[in-house]
Design a protein around this ligand. Structure first.
Ligand code: UGA
Length: 474
């Protein structure tokens, strides 16, 4: 189809470069977000450039090597590179010349005061802006405090050359690690925060591939057009809601422990109510990762700045409930190992504990703010000799917490242990044979921090089983 055929009548002059079909795309920041989008959109037929300031990362990606684990992504990166549709660069001039629509995918880490650090956003905008010419679109994807898009507009105006007509739009992402490829190719909704018709139409063309895929699969993707502020808030609100749901069930877990009820059955019963739904009601050691914890803190910080702090003060409680679950494992370990508590809490000196899991969730190698590692550190801090095993996250965990002991295999972690703590629900742990492990350990005591094991099977193999949110000891 000709370029002009896609344009609505009334647009001035011939097709601008940004009206090329399909639009050429750049992704600023080739972390987990930018790389996944870049590879998926190359797969959908776009010419794509990933831009990053880190030459080592760019060289690795250009050679088809992923610096993190994401199922299915390495294959897409390789296919994109082989097809010539996917390139990586450290040069913003190359990204500006090779793309019509630029997606901002850099990180927004937590500042010490809880707010979001926008340093990488500012740096990315200032790096690309001087190289932009003609009509271009800069689309925000990073998770940011509400108000960022307007600030980027001002930044852009200051840094683009006179012949550039650069617009901003906001299109939040909702990727879940371990599921990210599917989340990009098959999004459950698309949110477009834009000021003008041209920006909206350009994003329609960007999203044509995912709509076509959906149509082939008999689905339809809802598109919600909003203002900037709503688009920015959708993302943090979604994560805050998910975090709240998890902390809600974990608060119920505390109550269940006190009352002798069973939180897993409670969650199952709640989930049958369609208004509540069964998802994100798995009680355990709580949420971690690079998103939920930092996003609820950034939302509180931004709400305070806006004078609406009271509205989201409950998120502080959500955070506290989440932190308490980690401490609960330490407390349980002390009880189950029959240790005499010291004045500063459980004293575990002389005990050996196998910690199964280091990543914040299974099918990922991400250990950022991982509850499993936080618990391992608490146990270590209380004097226990800790040995951590994780199927994929061992290397990252070792790098971030070299003070802990590590094992290369599940059996090695468990050998001689007085207590086994399952803290990430990897399939390898769920399917482990409790009878075989029983022969390796010193004490048959297991804390199931994710309520993911078959209680009956572990009990039958002679284990004292303890889940979170369930009082009975088998
Ligand atoms: C989260 C959101 O789910 C995504 O929609 C969002 O796009 C992403 O953050 C982001 O901001 O980029 P992710 O961090 O990959 O995705 O992880 P989740 O699957 O949401 O899990 C977060 C944590 O909650 C994990 O530690 C997980 O174990 C825990 N969790 C999850 C529970 O403890 N219970 C549950 O029922 C569900």
């Amino acid at each position: 189809m000709s370029e002009s055929g896609l344009l609505e009548s009334g647009l001035p002059g011939p097709a601008a470069p940004a009206d090329r079909e399909p639009p050429r795309l750049s992704f600023l920041g080739t972390g987990y977000l930018g790389t996944t989008y870049a590879a998926c959109y190359a797969e959908l037929g776009h010419q794509v450039i990933g831009l990053d300031v880190d030459p080592v990362k760019v060289a690795a990606l250009a050679a088809g090597q992923l610096p993190f684990h994401e199922p299915g992504l390495a294959e897409l990166v390789r296919r994109g590179l082989d097809s010539g549709r996917l390139r990586f660069t450290t040069d913003p001039a190359v990204a500006a010349a090779g793309a019509d629509v630029h997606f901002l995918c850099v990180g927004t880490p937590q500042r010490p005061d809880g707010g979001a650090d926008l340093g990488q956003v500012a740096a990315a905008v200032q790096a690309i802006a001087p190289h932009l010419h003609g009509r271009t679109l800069l689309v925000g994807k990073s998770t940011v405090p509400v108000g960022t898009a307007e600030w980027i507009e001002r930044l852009l105006r200051k840094h683009v050359p006179d012949d550039a007509d650069a617009e901003v739009a906001w299109c939040p992402e909702f990727l879940q690690e371990g599921h990210a490829v599917d989340d990009v190719l098959r999004p459950d909704r698309i949110v477009v925060g834009a000021r003008g018709e041209w920006a909206r139409r350009t994003l329609d063309r960007v999203h044509r591939g995912v709509h076509e895929l959906a149509a082939r699969e008999g689905r339809e993707i809802p598109v919600l057009e909003t203002d900037f502020a709503t688009a920015e808030l959708v993302k943090t609100a979604a994560n805050a809601f998910l975090a709240t749901k998890i902390s809600f069930i974990n608060a119920m877990a505390e109550l269940c422990e006190a009352a002798g009820a069973d939180v897993a059955r409670l969650a199952e019963a709640l989930g049958h109510d369609e208004r509540i739904g069964p998802h994100f009601l798995r009680a355990g050691v709580g949420f971690g990762g690079g998103c939920l914890p930092k996003d609820i803190r950034a939302l509180q910080s931004r709400a305070e700045q806006l004078g609406a702090g009271a509205a989201v003060r409950f998120l502080h409680e959500v955070d506290l409930i989440n932190q308490r679950r980690r401490e609960r494992v330490l407390q349980l370990a002390g009880e189950l190992l029959d240790c005499v508590a010291g004045p500063a809490g459980p004293e575990l000196t002389g005990t050996r504990i196998a910690v199964l899991g280091a990543t914040f969730k299974p099918d990922s190698d991400d250990v950022r703010d991982a509850p499993a590692l936080a618990v391992a550190r608490l146990l270590h801090g209380a004097g226990a000799q800790v040995r951590v095993y994780d199927p994929l996250g061992g290397a990252n965990a070792r790098r971030s917490h070299p003070e802990l002991g590590y094992a290369e295999r599940l059996e090695q972690a468990c050998a001689g242990a007085d207590l086994v703590c399952v803290l990430t629900e990897w399939q390898e742990f769920r399917e482990a044979d409790p009878a075989a492990l029983a022969r390796l350990v010193n004490g048959r005591i297991v804390i199931d921090g994710r309520n993911c094991l078959d209680r009956g099977a572990w009990g039958a193999a002679g284990w004292t089983y303890r889940g979170l949110g369930w009082k009975e000891v088998a």
